[in-house]
Write a protein that binds this ligand. Structure first.
Ligand code: ATP
Ligand code: MG
Length: 375
């Protein structure tokens, strides 16, 4: 079953603004909200549960006459130096209720540690994606298990990065981009109109291919940049604790503890990537998305990051895109093989346990790909 005919008419000046018009009025979406296409998505138990807790979700999918304006961000979003300023405007306010920050103690300057986030499962249901009229992903279903590493593999252009960006609501930052389907974090739709965009971004952090610390900012301030961007004030003690624990988890503490006030741009590429991981961890994400995080790194730095990932998976669900088949086997528990045949949108050919995917896959295309026969 295919999606209904696209209801979206993209404004001619898509570089600066795009407009979605459907049938009946509803509450305006927040600035930057996704253009979302109606879809006949699969109904799962988790979906049903989510709908109980997010009753307005259905109105999103079937919405009528919505006039949605999407501000165009600067491109490319893969560059944190541009991506961060883009989201700064909507990240000014603390988006967690005060109770989730232990009774607002941060606001009153008492130094509590930030709450540990419980492990979470991320579930993508029937995700399709478009750039303008071009469909690039077709009904992708994938469950990324809590506390596990899921690797997304597949040839260039098959939609891995697009899928990853949909998982933390960065896809909608791209002019002309739209999507259908749903993403559930522990059963709750991250695209629900009642949830804040910044909540999804904090719950689901992203590390990019190219390390992108703020180069002139100190190592210390880089780590806590996420707190500043979300407008959370924390005591000096709390910040100190966060900086140390985040850098330790990212496997960088011992190398930088004596130079925390030096600029992040002065670190090596591998260290910068671990600094970016620490920055993501400082806001206590429940899921960490990593788009080819080692592709610009030397083998030693790659090994350190892989070890870091294996440690982190104990407390955060990880999704990694990689072209390195050995890396996928080393770090991932589960694997999903994406493929876009000529002229068709990307889709998952096969997914499952990584060891099985590499030793005894069901689909011959998977066998060919993991053995380097194409791609
Ligand atoms: N901003 C964009 N505007 C228009 N088309 C895009 C944009 N970003 C990606 N695409 C297209 O979407 C498709 C999927 O791209 P995507 O970057 O998700 O692939 P990928 O699997 O991550 O590739 P790679 O392995 O090379 O990184 C491609 O055909 C690409 O050209
Ligand atoms: Mg990519």
């Amino acid at each position: 079953m295919d999606e209904p005919t696209k209801p979206i008419s993209t404004a001619s000046s898509a570089r600066t603004r795009s407009t979605v018009t459907s049938k009946k009025p509803t509450a305006p979406r927040p600035k930057g909200a996704a253009q979302r296409k109606p879809t006949a998505s699969a109904t799962t138990t988790a979906t049903a549960a989510a709908r109980k807790t997010t009753p307005k979700r259905a109105s999103l999918a079937t919405a009528g006459a919505v006039q949605v304006s999407v501000e165009a961000p600067p491109a490319p979003v893969d560059d944190m130096t541009t991506a961060v300023p883009t989201i700064t405007g909507v990240m000014k306010r603390p988006e967690l209720p005060e109770t989730q920050w232990k009774g607002g103690e941060l606001a009153s300057n008492t130094p509590p540690p930030l709450p540990d986030a419980p492990l979470a499962v991320l579930q993508a249901n029937s995700i399709s994606a478009w750039f303008g009229d071009r469909k690039v992903l077709d009904r992708v279903d994938l469950t990324m298990e809590a506390g596990k590493v899921t690797a997304l593999i597949g040839p260039s252009g098959c939609g891995k990065s697009t899928f990853l960006r949909i998982l933390n609501r960065m896809h909608e930052m791209i002019p002309s981009a739209s999507l259908a389907g749903e993403v559930l974090l522990d059963g709750v739709d991250i695209y629900d109109a009642n949830r804040r965009l910044t909540q999804a971004r904090r719950d689901i952090g992203m590390v990019f291919q190219k390390p992108n610390p703020f180069p002139a900012m100190s190592i210390y301030d880089n780590v806590i940049a996420g707190l500043k961007l979300t407008g959370i004030s924390a005591s000096r003690d709390t910040k100190d604790q966060l900086v140390e624990s985040s850098l330790t988890k990212a496997g960088l503490w011992k190398e930088v503890r004596d130079r925390l006030r030096q600029p992040g741009g002065g670190l090596s590429g591998g260290q910068q990537q671990r600094l970016c991981i620490a920055r993501s961890l400082a806001v206590r994400p429940r899921v960490l998305l990593m788009d080819e995080p080692c592709s610009a790194l030397d083998p030693t730095s790659t090994r350190v990051i892989e070890e870091t990932m294996l440690e982190l998976a104990k407390e955060v669900t990880i999704v990694i895109v990689t072209h390195n088949m050995q890396q996928a086997q080393r770090v991932s528990d589960n694997c999903a093989f994406f493929l876009a045949s000529l002229g068709t949108p990307g889709a998952i050919v096969e997914q499952g346990d990584t060891a099985v995917m590499f030793s005894d896959p069901t689909d011959p295309r998977t066998l060919d790909y993991v053995n380097g026969r194409f791609g």
